[in-house]
Design a protein around this ligand. Structure first.
Ligand code: ZN
Length: 257
């Protein structure tokens, strides 16, 4: 019984930590696009400019307590904020589940944090800033230096195994991929190694393709129009981090038999 209680407390703390970090991520996504320094001042309601108090900013729970509305002016608060916070909580729990309290868990969480930041900005602006890409690459290199799997060879192959074919495709077919997507895949390869990078891009094409077909089927977008692919690369990489290895093992196991 006490073990159950202990794990419940640990996972609750992990969730709270992740939700708080991703609550800050929401602030970053909002402020970076508007050129507001992210370290400056307190959070305000974008509708009525009222300064929000600590009580209004409790991750996840706060949104439900306020029923998704600003306490001061009643303006709707997007469900996106609470979903991103919940995602952060879940990813933090998954990092603990996979790695425990280790350096690998910290690096993986930092990687997922940056990926979500990239996805949020890409979704809104269709752009992936170079600074974020460099951040992802830096996490990959320091993760390797700290002794994380995979080895350097796999990481270096990971840098080119997806980004170079994407680049070639983009040279042949104009606008096949955005420059930001290609750079992001090169940087992520340094974190994931080549096997998981391949897994990530396959998962991204599968989810992004499904979304694209849905957009066309519901006539929300014309064939020629683009949608941000970065978020799908992010989804692919999250899948790669947590289920990539067992899925690959299972798949190649099938081939051997
Ligand atoms: Zn307000």
């Amino acid at each position: 019984m006490s073990v159950v209680v202990a794990y419940t407390v640990i996972y609750a703390c992990c969730f709270l930590f992740g939700a708080c970090m991703f609550s800050f991520l929401n602030v970053l996504v909002y402020r970076l696009q508007r050129g507001i320094p992210y370290w400056k001042g307190r959070s305000i309601c974008p509708s009525c400019n009222h300064t929000l108090r600590a009580f209004d900013l409790i991750p996840v729970v706060g949104w439900f307590l306020l029923r998704g509305k600003c306490r001061y002016c009643g303006a709707k608060i997007s469900f996106r904020y609470v979903s991103v916070e919940s995602l952060g909580g879940c990813l933090s729990c998954l990092c603990y589940w996979k790695y425990g309290f280790t350096v690998s868990a910290a690096f993986t969480f930092a990687f997922l944090f940056l990926l979500t930041l990239v996805s949020g900005v890409d979704w809104d602006t269709m752009e992936i800033p170079n600074g974020f890409v460099l951040g992802v690459a830096a996490i990959g290199i320091t993760g390797w230096a700290a002794g994380m799997e995979p080895d350097l060879g796999s990481r270096l192959i990971g840098t080119v195994c997806v980004s170079v074919p994407m680049l070639l495709l983009t040279i042949m077919i104009e606008d096949a991929f955005g420059g930001g997507d290609i750079k992001l895949m090169a940087a992520s390869g340094l974190m994931l190694g080549w096997k998981l990078t391949l897994f990530a891009v396959l998962a991204a094409i599968l989810t992004g393709g499904t979304y694209g077909i849905w957009l066309l089927a519901t006539e929300k977008k014309e064939k020629k129009e683009h949608f941000a692919f970065g978020p799908f690369l992010g989804v692919g990489m999250v899948a790669a981090v947590f289920i990539g290895e067992p899925v690959l093992k299972w798949y190649f196991g099938l081939l051997v038999i």
